[in-house]
Design a protein around this ligand. Structure first.
Ligand SMILES: C[S@@+](CC[C@H](N)C(=O)[O-])C[C@H]1O[C@@H](n2cnc3c(N)ncnc32)[C@H](O)[C@@H]1O
Length: 202
C-alpha cells in the first residue's frame, strides 16, 4: 500500500520531529531490502564504504560494525545531524563521517570507496545518468555498488504519488548504470516473486 502524502514527502526529504518519526517507519518497512542489499554488498573489514540517502539510518550500525570506514551522505540536513549525534564515538574516532549532499553532485573525492550502497533513493534523483555517474565516479576501479528499489510497475500497482516519486523501471536504471561505466550489472531478488530488486554493479 502506498504511504499517505505527508509521509511520502518525508520519505523524499525527512525534516524535523515528524521526519524522525518517518525515519523509524522507514527502518521497519525497508528492513528486508536493506538487509538484502548489505548481504549482497559483502562488506569486508578493510573496506571503505559509502551510503547515499540513509534516511532513518537502519544500515549505519551494521555498516560501521563491518567496514574500516563509513561515509554517509543525505540531502536532509536533519538526518545528517541525527546520525552525527548517534554515531559521535565513531565520528570522533575517525571511522565515520556524515555529510549533507545530493547524489547528483556528491561531496566526495573520486575513486575512494570499495563499496557503495543506496536503497530507496532512485525515485528522488533528479537525473538517473547524473546519479549513476556520481556513484561510478566515487568508487575505486573494481568497486561494488548495491542499489535497491521498488521498480515502476510495482509502484504503479501500489498507487505511489507520481508527483513525489519518479517511477523507475529496472531496465532504465540498468541502462543508466551501464552508460555510467559499470561493466557488470546483475539484478537480484530474494525470491522470484519479490516486488523489489537490488542491482549489484561493478
Ligand atoms: C525513502 S528514504 C530511504 C532511506 C533508507 N535508505 C531506507 O531504505 O530506509 C530516502 C532518503 O534519501 C534521501 N535522498 C533523496 N534524494 C536524494 C538525493 N538526490 N541525494 C541524496 N539523498 C537523497 C532522503 O533525504 C531520504 O533520507
Amino acid at each position: 500500500m502506498a504511504p499517505p502524502r505527508l509521509i511520502a514527502r518525508h520519505l523524499a526529504h525527512p525534516r524535523g520531529v515528524f521526519g524522525r518519526f518517518v525515519g523509524g517507519l522507514m527502518n521497519r518497512r525497508n528492513s528486508r531490502m536493506n538487509r538484502f542489499a548489505l548481504q549482497l554488498l559483502d562488506v569486508k573489514s578493510s573496506d571503505r564504504v559509502a551510503e547515499i540517502g540513509f534516511g532513518g539510518g537502519a544500515t549505519l550500525g551494521p555498516l560501521l560494525d563491518r567496514a574500516a570506514h563509513l561515509t554517509a551522505v543525505d540531502r536532509s540536513r536533519d538526518v545528517v545531524a541525527w546520525a552525527t549525534a548517534r554515531y559521535r564515538i565513531a565520528v570522533d574516532a575517525g571511522r565515520a563521517d556524515f555529510r549533507i549532499g545530493e547524489i547528483e553532485a556528491l561531496p566526495l573525492q573520486s575513486g575512494q570507496f570499495d563499496k557503495v550502497c543506496s536503497v530507496n533513493t532512485v525515485y528522488f534523483w533528479r537525473s538517473l545518468p547524473a546519479g549513476a555517474g556520481e556513484l561510478r565516479r566515487v568508487l575505486k576501479a573494481g568497486g561494488v555498488l548495491a542499489l535497491g528499489f521498488l521498480p515502476a510497475d510495482a509502484m504503479g500497482r501500489l498507487g505511489f504519488p507520481k508527483d513525489i516519486f519518479t517511477f523507475r523501471t529496472t531496465g532504465d536504471v540498468e541502462h543508466a548504470l551501464r552508460q555510467a561505466g559499470f561493466g557488470a550489472v546483475e539484478i537480484h531478488r530474494p525470491e522470484p516473486d519479490t516486488a523489489w530488486n537490488v542491482i549489484v554493479a561493478r
